[in-house]
Each structure stands twice: as structure tokens, then as C-alpha cells.
Ligand binder design. Structure first.
Ligand code: UDP
Ligand code: MG
Length: 152
């Protein structure tokens, strides 16, 4: 089914100049980047977006990481977009991510940081994708409603 998902190049991905590389991988897999912007996250946005891990011991490090520089926020559309983007990204832990996946090729592989500095985020379900698109692109609220009907 055609869907859309929220993708975010994290601060280390921006610092490593991975934007064109990740866009190329998505486009070569017939996924379309419909919206893209640079933004600096706030503490509030990070707490909201990572609420599911905010009680974990690694959260302060995650927060510092996500505040360490700008991110690139994207909306990506295509057939089975949520799962296909997750497959192209690879698993959370870069050391477990296979070569050929974005996290496997570019994530931080040292023991201490392999679960944190993983260069990219992608929504984990269609339901969360909608929540995250609205969280990071609130300016598209009206457009978002009609986009659902006119998905490419
Ligand atoms: N994270 C971390 N340590 C962990 C697990 C996750 O620092 O043990 C960070 C990592 O940057 C990850 C984010 O928290 O991308 C959100 O975790 P989630 O389980 O949602 O992983 P994802 O969906 O990004 O693969
Ligand atoms: Mg997640």
C-alpha cells in the first residue's frame, strides 16, 4: 500500500554530509522525498519524540546528541514506505546493521556509542508516521489532510 513516513537525518548524519547519499538510496528504491527542511530541535520536541525512551538511562546522552546540531526532517512517500525505509536504515544498533544499510555503512560502531549515534530516524509504524509528520511539519497541517487523498 502507498504510505508516507517521517525520516530525520540526525546531527551526526548532517555532520558526515550524508544527505545526498540517503536521498539517493531512497530515490533509487522508488521512494519519493516530498518535503525536506533543516531544523534545530528543541528539548521539548526531543522529549515528545522520544517519550518512549525518556525514562531510560541513555536518555540524557540521546538528548545531548539530538541537540548537538541541526537535523534534516523529511517526508517520504511510496509503496510500503514505513517498512522499506526501516529496512534501508538497518537496526538501531549500528554494530548489528549489515553493510549496505545506512546505519551499517555510516553509524558509529564503537561499543559505547553504537546504539546512540546511528545517523538517521525513520517512523516505526504507519500510525506513528502520521503523528511524527504532524509533529515535525505542523505548518503542513491543512495540506496534510488533503495529501492523504492525493498521495502520489
Ligand atoms: N537509543 C540509544 N540507546 C539504546 C536504544 C536507543 O541511545 O539502547 C537511541 C538511538 O539513537 C535510537 C533512539 O534512541 O535511534 C530511539 O530508540 P528506538 O528504540 O525508537 O530506535 P529506532 O526506532 O531509532 O531504531
Ligand atoms: Mg523508534
Amino acid at each position: 500500500m502507498k504510505e508516507r513516513t517521517y525520516v530525520m537525518l540526525k546531527p551526526d548524519g548532517v555532520r558526515k554530509h550524508l544527505l545526498l547519499e540517503v536521498i539517493k538510496r531512497f530515490e533509487q528504491n522508488n521512494l519519493m522525498i516530498t518535503n525536506l527542511k533543516e531544523m534545530k530541535l528543541t528539548e521539548e520536541l526531543i522529549h515528545e519524540h522520544y517519550a518512549h525512551v525518556s525514562d531510560k538511562p541513555f536518555f540524557p546522552k540521546l538528548e545531548e546528541y539530538m541537540l548537538s546540531g541541526p537535523v534534516i526532517a523529511m517526508i517520504i512517500e511510496g509503496e510500503d514506505a514505513v517498512n522499506r525505509v526501516r529496512k534501508l536504515m538497518g537496526p538501531t544498533n549500528c554494530k548489528e546493521a549489515l553493510p549496505g544499510t545506512i546505519r551499517g555503512d555510516y553509524g558509529n560502531k564503537d561499543d559505547e556509542n553504537c546504539r546512540t549515534y546511528n545517523v538517521i530516524h525513520g517512523s516505526d509504524s504507519v500510525e506513528n508516521a502520521e503523528i511524527e509528520v504532524n509533529r515535525f511539519f505542523p505548518e503542513l497541517k491543512e495540506e496534510n489532510k488533503s495529501l492523504k487523498k492525493t498521495i502520489r
